[in-house]
Design a protein around this ligand. Structure first.
Ligand code: ADP
Length: 157
């Protein structure tokens, strides 16, 4: 049976850290869906449509990866779509504190067979987050190499 995995997140914007997790997860599972969170009440740099478009562009070379979006409870989306695995990335102990709480809460809400799997960040990307990238860029700092080139062009616009 095929293993269907989900990598959920805001991806506002997609960074090299996300991309590294996606490429590694795509090797582990038959199908990987990138689930972009739609949260209209949270201010974002890019719209949901823009974030999905940027992901599709960046992931064109990965045939077993697709891009989707969801709103509301992650567990409802996971149960509805029949994912077997939810992938998350871990950068530091601060991520761990938050992620273990969410994973344990989700374990109550998921269908029994769904596992949350954590991939450790590649050390070269451990300091990268969408929010730090946006903040540095907004203040005029260089973020070359931290996000895909196409995304950097859109941020400059
Ligand atoms: P959220 O809004 O839930 O934090 P993000 O889009 O920021 O969503 O991130 C989605 C997932 O990717 C999270 O599990 C986060 O820990 C992980 N992630 C973000 N940046 C990196 C990175 N540089 N290296 C590894 N994992 C990362």
């Amino acid at each position: 049976m095929k293993t269907k995995a989900l990598y959920p997140g805001s991806f506002d914007p997609l960074t090299m850290g996300h991309l590294n997790i996606i490429r590694r997860a795509a090797k582990l599972y038959d199908e990987l869906t990138i689930g972009v969170v739609s949260n209209p009440s949270k201010a974002s740099m890019f719209t949901l449509e823009e974030r999905e478009e940027m992901l599709k562009d960046a992931l064109r070379d990965l045939p077993n990866v697709k891009v989707d979006h969801f709103s509301g409870l992650l567990a409802d989306y996971v149960n509805r779509m029949g994912f077997d695995v939810v992938v998350r990335g871990l950068r530091a102990t601060t991520d761990f504190e938050y992620e273990i709480q969410m994973a344990q809460m989700n374990a109550r809400l998921f269908n029994e067979s769904v596992e949350t799997v954590f991939l450790m960040t590649d050390p070269q990307y451990s300091f990268i987050s969408s929010s730090v990238v946006k903040e540095v860029h907004t203040l005029g700092g260089c973020i070359d190499g931290l996000v895909p080139d196409e995304i950097l062009k859109r941020m400059v616009k």
